[in-house]
Design a protein around this ligand. Structure first.
Ligand code: SF4
Ligand code: SF4
Length: 345
């Protein structure tokens, strides 16, 4: 049987906001029991980015969830790279600046993976690449999830939307490192101030001093990425060397781990479709006119339906990357189906 994907067409934000409850009503259909905690996965956009899904949509979604009997909250994880979302304090300040505050949205915003992305739960996966995913520790405790995902281009996987939001976006820092890199981190001695903080915090005792310099012993390092988070000098460096194909497949495997055992609903915003993702801290021009909102209970089907609508632009934005890989692998491992039936509202 094909997966159902709902489609709310529209280019005007005000119209989409007004009709979002209709879409959510069809998607969720039945409400919630026992004041269920319901986590809304969002991305607040890097500092300077202007094309992330606006907080107004989260506000309307929160109101809908409350009326349906749930106890909603927003959640997100800290980033692997050094930026305004690399630790909980800076991240929450940026979220509030971008409108994701309790006052504006009507629900609290939680960071799911600790102060610096160090807090993870190990979830087993029978994947081609991943045997144990490092998922943000809050995520396994969320019984019900609603994903608000922005569909846009992505340099590593061709595009990013629901699968990306629930893989990279639900991984703790070590998990993000596992997806992005084949190597262990290394210390740039030119930047290092020799404060010793990384050595104190390394759970594997993998950071040693040699001739006064701090070095990571690869054989001991478990890739938890804790040292990246604690280094205020930004001296712990990452080799972004995972190939596009494997990284895309790892993303599907991480999404499978993060979503395991949950009731989940996926909403993709095909608006402000940019070449690069919302982690870019700059204003970007869209590569396609706005299309609307798509939603499904199937994370693969909703991404496939979006890609089918803008495949030409996504294909020419990142010619060297095959955007279908994450979808094909997602289907292969049982994350969802690529075959869908579109219903326009
Ligand atoms: S935390 Fe950073 S600056 Fe301090 S010793 Fe480690 S690498 Fe060097
Ligand atoms: S990644 Fe984790 S295990 Fe490896 S050196 Fe850094 S803190 Fe230690």
């Amino acid at each position: 049987m094909r997966s159902k994907v709902l489609f709310l067409p529209g280019e005007e934000k005000s119209e989409l906001l007004e009709r979002l409850p209709l879409l959510l009503g069809r998607l969720i259909d039945g409400g919630f029991s026992n004041d269920a905690f319901c986590g809304m996965k969002v991305h607040v956009g890097e500092n300077g980015n202007t094309t992330f899904v606006p907080a107004d949509f989260a506000r309307v979604g929160v109101r809908f969830l409350k009326e349906a009997g749930a106890r909603p909250f927003l959640f997100e994880t800290n980033t692997l790279y050094y930026g305004q979302r690399g630790n909980t304090v800076d991240h929450l300040n940026l979220a509030a600046k971008h409108g994701f505050s309790l006052e504006k949205v009507g629900a609290p915003f939680l960071i799911a993976d600790g102060m610096r992305g160090e807090s993870s739960a190990r979830i087993p996966v029978k994947g081609k690449h991943i045997r144990e995913a490092q998922i943000a520790s809050l995520v396994p405790n969320i019984p019900c999830i609603v994903g608000l995902s922005h569909f846009k281009g992505h340099m590593l996987s061709g595009f990013g939307a629901t699968i990306k939001n629930f893989s990279m976006g639900c991984a703790a820092r070590g998990g993000k490192l596992q997806i992005h890199s084949l190597s262990k981190p290394w210390i740039d001695v030119e930047r290092c101030t020799r404060c010793g903080e990384c050595q104190k915090r390394c759970p594997a005792d993998a950071i040693e001093t040699k001739g006064g310099d701090f070095v990571i012993v690869r054989a001991k390092c478990t890739g938890c990425a804790g040292c990246i988070g604690v280094c205020t000098a930004r001296a712990v460096r990452i080799q972004w060397n995972e190939a596009s194909e494997s990284a895309s497949q790892k993303m599907a495997e991480y999404a499978l781990a993060a979503l395991s055992g949950k009731e989940a609903f996926y909403v993709n915003f095909l608006v402000n479709i940019t070449k690069e993702c919302d982690c870019y801290g700059e204003k970007m021009k869209p590569i396609h006119e706005d299309v609307g909102i798509l939603a499904s209970r199937d994370p693969v089907a909703v991404d496939q339906a979006c890609l089918d609508m803008v495949e030409e632009e996504i294909g020419s934005a990142h010619k060297e990357v095959d955007p279908e890989i994450q979808l094909a692998h997602g289907e292969r491992i049982g994350l969802g189906k690529r075959d869908y039936e579109l219903e326009e509202l």
